[in-house]
Design a protein around this ligand. Structure first.
Ligand SMILES: *[C@@H]1O[C@H](CO)[C@@H](O)[C@H](O)[C@H]1NC(C)=O
Ligand SMILES: *[C@@H]1O[C@H](CO)[C@@H](O)[C@H](O)[C@H]1NC(C)=O
Ligand SMILES: *[C@@H]1O[C@H](CO)[C@@H](O)[C@H](O)[C@H]1NC(C)=O
Length: 411
């Protein structure tokens, strides 16, 4: 059996231990037996207001918790993270004290004075041992367990997917992401980009994207392992989910990262982008991601003065972007307008290339569509998109005029 599953079982075991600890502590604290068993019931099931045990530990509400569970693809990490309903032994103690009956406590305290020194000592030792056993594994421990599973070629696909789901949650905090490579995690996850199973590949790309998001260290580690080549190939996948997660990972990897963008060009990432933009059958969410990446790259190029991404200003590329304005999806159209605005701002973009893409009439037709089509609830949004359309129109006219006067000067 894989270690990850064993880990889940261990956490149930921990839970039972904690319930035992509550009982024990209650006894030591001289709570009446009834209170002690009530405490056990509460620790196990939540209190009278039906608060779930998880809330005791995390202070999060049920909505947040189930959202996290969903985000983790139903993984068990979040649920495993609380210690039987109490974040710490301290909070458990606080609870036990808060829920005791002072009158009865006094009564029992008088009884307990009859316990011998030895008996009290023995109890203290028992509690100490219990506390040792209850020590929660650290995130690094959990990552090691998951990574060892990934490194084990004989585990089942289910267990592999579970280990990946755990890592997906674990790499979210930046400290954990920074530890991933040291623990051998990046190599293991990158290897799984080549797994025969699509779901495994998809989750692996997702982990890489999450780990390197806004993290220059992990970006350069992943780039150093050459994972971009594989991710670009995955961008061509006929599975919308796999291509979308690959696109997510690529965006995170090359964002604000000159080396990453150079690697993107040399791995022919632009051809992959064009493939996604050009295809009619492509999932619209994937196209939105691609368009968003174009805007991001153009903005970075403009702000950094770096001009390594020549493809952004090539006429074929501009034409693909402009053609997307004609797709009937308001959200996509807005993203495409933002991309065109950013591309227009690039000094390397030639307005006459956009003229040959017929940008003028494309924008005009969009204006007509925005006026005629929107349903009542889309009116406001359509108005915003139209304002953006007019801004792009003006920017374009201005750039055309500048181009002409420069051309005249050159003559
Ligand atoms: C690899 O996984 C198999 C099957 O789950 C298990 O029997 C074996 O002990 C694991 N090997 C290591 C080194 O953990
Ligand atoms: C707690 O949950 C039970 C069913 O699980 C329900 O009957 C009861 O009304 C709930 N109590 C509160 C306070 O919401
Ligand atoms: C994975 O296994 C290889 C040998 O098969 C070993 O060299 C490597 O250290 C292992 N990595 C981890 C993180 O366990």
């Amino acid at each position: 059996m894989a270690k990850v599953r064993a880990h889940s079982e261990r956490s149930i075991h921990r839970h039972l231990l904690l319930v035992g600890a509550v009982a024990l502590l209650c006894t030591v604290l001289l709570l009446p037996a009834a209170t002690a068993s009530a405490a056990v019931a509460v620790a196990a099931e939540g209190d009278g207001e039906n608060r779930s045990a998880a809330q005791w530990a995390t202070g999060k509400d049920e909505g947040e918790l189930s959202a996290e569970r969903e985000a983790s693809g139903g993984g068990s990490v979040v649920e495993d993270d609380f210690a039987g309903g109490f974040g710490s032994l301290d909070s458990m103690l606080q609870w036990a004290i808060g829920n005791s009956d002072p009158g009865k406590l006094k009564e029992e305290a008088e009884d307990v004075q009859t316990l011998s020194e030895d008996e009290l000592l023995k109890r203290r030792v028992e509690i100490k041992e219990l506390m040792e056993k209850l020590k929660m594994p650290s995130d690094a421990d959990l990552m090691k367990i998951a990574i060892a599973d990934l490194n084990n070629s004989s585990i089942s696909l289910d267990d592999r997917q579970r280990a990946l789901q755990e890592l997906l949650v674990l790499v979210e905090p930046i400290d954990n992401a920074n530890d991933l490579d040291k623990l051998g995690g990046l190599v293991a996850v990158i290897q799984d980009l080549n797994n025969a199973n699509e779901e495994i590949r998809t989750t692996s790309a997702w982990i890489l994207g999450k780990a390197c998001q806004n993290n220059a260290l992990v970006q350069s580690q992943i780039l150093g392992y050459g994972a971009l080549e594989r991710l670009v190939k995955m961008g061509y996948s006929t599975s919308a989910e796999e291509a979308a997660k690959a696109m997510y990972a690529i965006s995170a990897l090359i964002r604000d990262n000159v080396n990453g963008q150079e690697a993107f060009c040399s791995e022919r990432g632009s051809a992959m982008l064009q493939h996604i933009l050009a295809s009619d059958s492509t999932d619209v969410r994937l196209q939105k991601k691609a368009v968003f990446l174009v805007t991001d790259l153009a903005d970075f190029q403009l702000n950094s003065g770096n001009s390594g991404l020549a493809f952004l200003s090539e006429r074929v590329f501009l034409k693909l972007v402009v053609d997307m304005v004609s797709k009937f999806d308001l959200d996509l159209q807005e993203k495409v307008l933002l991309a065109i605005r950013s591309l227009l701002n690039l000094p390397t973009t030639d307005a006459t290339d956009l003229e040959s893409c017929d940008l003028n009439s494309v924008l005009y037709r969009l204006g007509v569509q925005l006026e005629e089509l929107p349903s009542e609830e889309q009116k406001e949004y359509a108005g915003e998109v139209d304002a953006l359309r007019r801004e792009v129109q003006m920017l374009y006219q201005q750039k055309l005029k500048e181009g002409r006067s420069t051309a005249t000067l050159a003559l």
